[in-house]
Design a protein around this ligand. Structure first.
Ligand code: SF4
Length: 339
């Protein structure tokens, strides 16, 4: 999968939920004149992606246009058309915090769905009833798949969001019955966890939820849940990997590169390519070059250099953890919690 930041602006930065937003600090450094990814920039990116084999293969799986809030980009439909030439699977990730169907942002989302781009959204309980819910009804009329992102800090938080979705899907068409069944499994699992261990740590949570699917695919409708623990990000953009209250443990990132695969890259607004979903908040120093500025050959050289650094850096992180030096940065610039 390739994540591409199509918009630096987000209309929710001033809201309460966004004090923990991991993209705030990296994106806030982009000047207003560069907020929107232009079709010209998108074309350069698409051309380079198709010339670098690793990226071409990742793009075939999926391109995710994100940000910031991509529906704020006035060119987003044109941008989508350009990336559609690389893969049928282009999706857009929106906050769906949109006031009405008359909004230009909503019109852009409709344009995207009509071109078979998939719209996914992040559930925000504070604007669910007034803004997200009415438009989600419309989205389900226009596309036959959906991923809902849920950011949570505590298990009760996640449980409340599951209840919101159950209330929404209950009583809808028969084709949504499998979605409801999936959500009911989560309801029951979370209820028993809350009863037994309401202040559980991440390990307990993961053990309890082990084996539960996060998607359903039946009756011509595909539905997925993407549950993301919220992390506190301080004013310098440092992400606290042991943010309270959930998860309580240091959260290790299992990097796929030492395991021999690149599964995801992220292209920032500036063209800079990071070798995972790091948008700049993890501060991983080995990068894959710049998709706007570098030639395909330069990018490949950079990929090879960074691959070696990540393999060496994660090995040193293992040693540090075993030697009581967890948390120390290594010279390769690989974050200390990446293994
Ligand atoms: S080492 Fe770098 S590329 Fe790997 S998971 Fe960590 S931040 Fe991402």
């Amino acid at each position: 999968m390739i994540n591409i930041f199509a918009e630096a602006s987000c209309n929710r930065y001033v809201r309460d939920e966004c004090q923990y937003c991991h993209v705030y600090e990296p994106l806030s450094q982009i000047s207003k004149s560069d907020w929107h990814l232009t079709p010209e920039q998108a074309q350069i990116m698409a051309d380079k992606i198709s010339q670098v084999e690793i990226f071409r293969e990742l793009a075939k799986r999926e391109i995710n246009l994100t940000g910031g809030e991509p529906s704020q980009n006035p060119h987003i439909v044109e941008v989508l058309k350009i990336f559609k030439k690389l893969t049928p699977n282009v999706r857009i990730h929106t906050n769906l915090d949109i006031s009405s169907e008359k909004s230009q942002r909503w019109q852009r989302l409709v344009g995207i769905m009509k071109l078979s781009g998939r719209v996914d959204f992040t559930l925000y309980p504070t604007v669910w009833e007034s803004r997200q819910k009415p438009l989600l009804v419309k989205i389900l009329e226009l596309q036959n798949e959906l991923i809902v992102n849920m950011i949570f800090e505590k298990v009760p938080d996640l449980s409340r969001q599951i209840e919101i979705l159950i209330a929404f899907f209950a009583g809808r068409e028969k084709k949504f019955q499998p979605v409801l069944s999936l959500l009911e499994i989560y309801r029951a699992k979370l209820a028993s966890l809350l009863k037994e261990n309401p202040e559980c740590d991440e390990n307990t949570f993961l053990q309890h939820m082990d084996g539960v699917e996060n998607y359903s695919c039946a009756d011509s409708f595909t539905f997925g849940l993407n549950m993301i623990p919220g992390f506190y990000v301080d004013k310098n953009g440092e992400r606290a990997m042991n943010a309270q209250p959930f998860p309580k443990d240091i959260n290790l990132l299992e990097c796929t590169i030492p395991r021999g695969t690149i599964e995801i890259i992220t292209v920032q607004q500036t063209g800079e390519i990071t070798p995972c979903c790091d948008v700049g908040n993890l501060k991983c120093q080995p990068k894959f070059g710049n998709l706007l500025m570098n030639s395909p050959a330069e990018i490949m050289r950079q990929v090879e250099r960074s691959r070696k650094k990540i393999i060496a850096g994660t090995a040193k992180n293992h040693q540090n953890m075993n030697n009581g030096k967890a948390g120390e940065w290594v010279e390769e610039g690989v974050p200390p919690y990446c293994v």
